[in-house]
Design a protein around this ligand. Structure first.
Ligand code: PHE
Length: 508
């Protein structure tokens, strides 16, 4: 852009600031005072001029000193060293208990004595303090310094000054000043014939009414506006909606249950051994002070399968754990560690009550584990759970559902690996490929429920089910290295503000 057109883009404030610094560099506050315009307006104008290369902005640090409340009191009543010195001077010596009568607290007394000792003005032997050098000049200089600071005179940074800053008698502040200095381009702009051309700066009702024959300031239509910050839905919430939509479109119905759960629904019903390490305080969040209510009938049947197994046919039988089942452990109240607790509540309330109808349920909900947060773990995270009940289901159906679900949310690149679960057999771990990280990441776990877990509900058909870690899936979709970038105190706000929802759509 040539200089004349650049000048056409300047508004009144910008022109005024440029003229103000034409003969010598000035601080923003000086320009503001000189022109009678607000400091921020000057700063904005200066920044615009800077962006156009018409001025340079340089920071300069100015140090200023002022008396603290303590300093003001000392200026009036005397510094501790002064009071102590005067007191001892009267008789040439004093004891600590004599000095205790001065209106000084312990710290002030010690500071004062320390200062006088280091200056060689006094000598302390045992409890007796004597004058060593009767010259009161050093104290007089300090008083003078306090007085200079009080009346705003300039001072140099002497040892006395540093000492009094340390003792909080004097406050030191550093102020950064913005200095505006005109450039060669800026000088050319001032000389441009367009500089003094009268033009209408702002569109107002008045200026629009009376516009004929008048000139308007040009607008730079290529200028980037500042991006306003506004409220935004957290990316996780959008991901939750996408996942729910996919499952609903596959014919699933949503299930829900509470965060607080009994160990019975979280563990026992799934035949976790009662001494299973998952029940450890390290992994489970316990709620103290109350016991959970557990339905008697289901509890009795689970206990019986646990202890003695069952047999409905040669192909559907188990010997159980042949170990004692402790009902007290079932009533221990915890925060649910997986949404499979919810699945089993639905198995009792819906599936076992309509044994002849196929059923497909899902849930997306929070679960809690007593974990220290790290790159891939959070103590509180979302699980995507699904369960299917129908005739003749087997592991191929499970694989089919998992693949279909992942392809519907645009994450087709997944693989399955055999794994172990106390309540499913066979069991499959689900891994998704992260393009950004160029590696496979575990995103979930699944399987066919063991007959022992279904017998207490009178079910003998296969049920296939899964639990996926929604946050892990989010990491893959967004290419995150650290899950804490999106949650908690160290979340990356710029990322959360700028991340585009479109990242969650389409094939990843
Ligand atoms: N509950 C399992 C987990 O938390 C997931 C799962 C659900 C596995 C259902 C098998 C069947 O990882």
């Amino acid at each position: 852009m040539d200089i004349d057109s650049a000048v056409d883009l300047l508004n009144k404030n910008e022109k005024a600031v440029l003229s103000a610094v034409s003969s010598s560099p000035k601080f923003v506050s000086e320009v503001s005072e000189g022109l009678g315009i607000d400091r921020n307006a000057v700063l904005n104008a200066a920044r615009k001029l800077f962006a156009g290369g018409l001025v340079r902005l340089t920071g300069e640090i100015r140090i200023s000193y002022a008396l603290s409340e303590l300093g003001k009191r000392y200026l009036k009543d005397g510094l501790p060293e002064q009071l102590i010195f005067d007191n001892i001077s009267k008789s040439g010596e004093a004891s600590y208990s004599d000095l205790a009568k001065l209106r000084l607290d312990k710290d002030e007394l010690n500071a004062g004595i320390g200062v006088l000792r280091r200056a060689g003005s006094i000598k302390v032997t045992n409890d007796v303090i004597r004058i060593n050098n009767a010259d009161s000049e050093p104290i007089r200089l300090k008083n003078a310094l306090l007085a200079r600071i009080a009346d705003g005179s300039t001072v140099t940074e002497t040892d006395d000054l540093k000492d009094m800053v340390k003792r909080k008698i004097i406050e030191k502040t550093e102020i950064v000043k913005d200095r505006v200095e005109i450039t060669q381009e800026g000088l050319k702009a001032l000389k441009s014939p367009n500089f003094s051309r009268e033009s209408i700066d702002k569109l107002t009702t008045e200026s629009i009414k009376d516009w004929k024959g008048r000139e308007f300031r040009e607008y730079d239509i290529d200028a980037k506006p500042p991006s306003p910050l506004s409220g935004k839905r957290h990316i996780t919430k959008t991901f939750v909606s996408i996942i729910k939509d996919a499952l609903v479109s596959m014919g699933f119905t949503e299930m829900q249950s509470n965060y607080a759960e009994s160990s019975f629904w979280n563990f026992d019903v799934m035949m976790f051994r009662q001494d299973h390490p998952d029940r450890d305080i390290q992994d489970t969040v316990y709620i103290g002070g109350a016991e959970a209510k557990v339905p008697r009938d289901v509890l009795g049947r689970v206990k019986s399968v646990y202890e003695n197994g069952f047999e409905t046919s040669r192909n559907n039988r188990s010997i159980g754990y042949m170990a004692e089942f402790d009902e007290k452990k079932s009533r221990v109240l915890i925060m649910r560690g997986h949404t499979t607790a919810t699945t089993f509540r639905y198995i009792r309330d819906h599936i076992s009550k309509n044994k002849d109808s196929p059923a497909k349920f899902f849930s997306v909900g929070k679960v809690f584990r007593n974990e220290t947060p790290d790159q891939t773990h959070l103590p509180e995270f979302y699980q995507v759970e699904g369960v299917v009940y129908d005739d003749n289901l087997n592991i191929s159906h499970l694989i089919g559902y998992i693949k279909e679900f992942y392809s519907r949310i645009g994450m087709s690149k997944i693989r399955l690996k055999p794994t172990y679960n106390p309540y499913t057999e066979p069991s499959l771990e689900v891994q998704a490929f992260s393009k950004k990280l160029n590696k496979w990441i575990e995103v979930g776990n699944s399987g066919v429920f063991r007959p022992e877990t279904l017998h207490p509900f009178g079910l003998d058909k296969n049920l296939v089910a899964w639990g996926f870690g929604l946050d892990r899936m989010l990491m893959v979709r967004l290419g995150l290295l650290d899950i804490r970038d999106v949650y908690g105190a160290f979340a990356d706000l710029d990322l959360l503000r700028s991340v585009e929802t479109s990242k969650l759509f389409g094939e990843q």
